[in-house]
Design a protein around this ligand. Structure first.
Ligand code: ASP
Ligand code: MG
Length: 425
């Protein structure tokens, strides 16, 4: 049994959906679980739709119409017969979204978000599954919400692993006896009250990993539009190199620091069961890609993770007293309460500095609360550079025209919060 995951880019138009069928043909596997994300930029567009609906900031109907047209256009290319059942299924799904946005929201934003945004994966999997069946790749569509159970932390559902494992091991093996391939949604889960949750943006990789863990899969393959895991994001770096092999440890460190190639939660379940993870290009399915597996081997080249739009918050007691454990616990509690993830932190006698992604609304609320107890300074528009397996040369070349505000080095990793000299003035 293997698990394949196809991300948004791999199903962004009809041609790419056809390519998914090609990939499956090139790897005729006996038993396969196919996890699919929402098509192209659908999740972003559904996010826009949710905001428009919830805050009445834009015309929600118009956005929904845009999303609908996009999916129907893809289907018209994939299914020549207008009588194909997929068209009725799509209509029904869009009617469901319509029903949601017709009435005023009754619950919090995060709840409404999950009920709407999850439709992206439901739509994409219906289309992909129907298309594969159409071209002779027999498969069954499965609603993953009946398998992956989470608590009701909307937008960041916490998976109930024991229950999920029970459900998956009960339902999936018999299903895969009757058909070789199942097609299901990434990114979404269900609660005990039958509401839909999402697992956090880009969470489809994590879904693939959960399924693999519960089914003791032989391997997971993530199909991407890059040749594998690269040592830097080509968006920021001109010369990138593909990494052929990566240990679970390096993979989890790199994703933790912000490498976006795989969702950070993906590695743990796979490591726990020693299941290898392949990252390959759906454009060149036969090329090697990257394998992530158990191993001691350290990378022999530096890897770079670059994050822009960072904020550095510096927190100091108002009376020049030390930052002590009780202050720290108050501070952490506030970060947790406002859902702000810490990218880097540093403690000195009278100041505690935290670097995090800029999210102006959340940060404003956090800073206001911190200010009741502390003196708070903050600096925005910064960059966070992380280099794993750094050398002094790499650091020098990266920081030549930068002002470094905070720097942290461990044996293998250096992190620097910096701003460009021009900006520093
Ligand atoms: N469609 C979701 C997102 O774009 C999940 C995923 O792609 O992994 O965040
Ligand atoms: Mg995606």
């Amino acid at each position: 049994m293997q698990v394949f995951k196809f991300g948004g880019a791999s199903v962004k138009d009809a041609e790419n959906v056809k390519n998914v069928a090609e990939v499956l043909r090139q790897f005729p596997l006996s038993k396969l679980c196919v996890v699919v994300s929402a098509m192209g930029k659908t999740t972003n567009n559904l996010e826009r739709l949710t905001k428009a609906y919830f805050y009445k900031s834009e015309d929600a109907e118009a956005i929904l119409e845009e999303i609908k047209t996009y999916h129907f256009n893809i289907c018209h290319e994939l299914f020549p017969s207008p009588a194909h059942h997929i068209f009725t299924e799509l209509e029904n799904s869009f009617v469901e979204i319509h029903w949601i946005i017709e009435d005023d929201p009754t619950q919090g934003f995060d709840f409404e978000y999950d009920q709407i945004v999850s439709m992206g994966e439901l739509l994409s999997t219906k289309i992909v599954s129907a298309y594969l069946n159409e071209v002779g790749i027999k498969n069954k569509w499965v609603d993953v919400r009946s398998l992956i159970q989470t608590d009701n932390t909307y937008r960041e559902g916490k998976v109930d692993f024991p229950l999920t494992e029970t459900l998956i091991t009960k339902d999936v093996p018999p299903l895969l006896k009757s058909v070789d391939i199942m097609v299901t949604q990434g990114f979404i889960g269900g609660t005990s009250e039958n509401f839909t949750t999402t697992l956090g943006r880009e969470g489809s990789d994590y879904t693939a990993s959960i399924l693999a863990y519960c089914l003791n899969a032989e391997s997971v393959t993530i199909w991407k539009d890059v040749p594998g895991v690269l040592n830097a994001d080509p968006k920021w770096f001109a010369r990138t190199k593909k990494i052929d092999e990566l240990s679970y440890h390096d993979a989890i460190e790199l994703t933790y620091y912000g490498a976006t190639v795989i969702h950070p939660k993906t590695i743990k379940p796979l490591q726990n069961k020693n299941i290898p993870l392949y990252v390959k290009s759906f454009l060149e399915p036969k090329s090697e890609g990257t394998i992530i597996r158990d191993g001691e081997k350290r990378l022999n080249i530096p890897s770079y993770i670059f994050k822009v739009d960072q904020v550095l918050i510096s927190i100091q007691p108002k009376d020049f007293s030390f930052i002590a454990e009780d202050n720290l616990s108050d501070i952490f509690e506030l970060f947790s309460k406002h859902g702000i993830k810490i990218n880097l932190m540093q403690l000195s006698a009278i100041s505690f500095s935290v670097c995090c992604d800029s999210d102006p609304d959340k940060i404003k609320c956090l800073v206001e609360e911190l200010q009741q107890q502390f003196k708070v300074l903050y600096n925005s528009g910064l960059e966070l550079m992380t280099v794993r397996y750094y050398t002094q040369e790499t650091i020098d070349s990266l920081t030549s025209n930068k002002v470094i505000l905070v720097e942290q080095r461990s044996r293998f990793t250096v992190q620097m919060v910096m701003k460009s000299e021009a900006q520093a003035g």
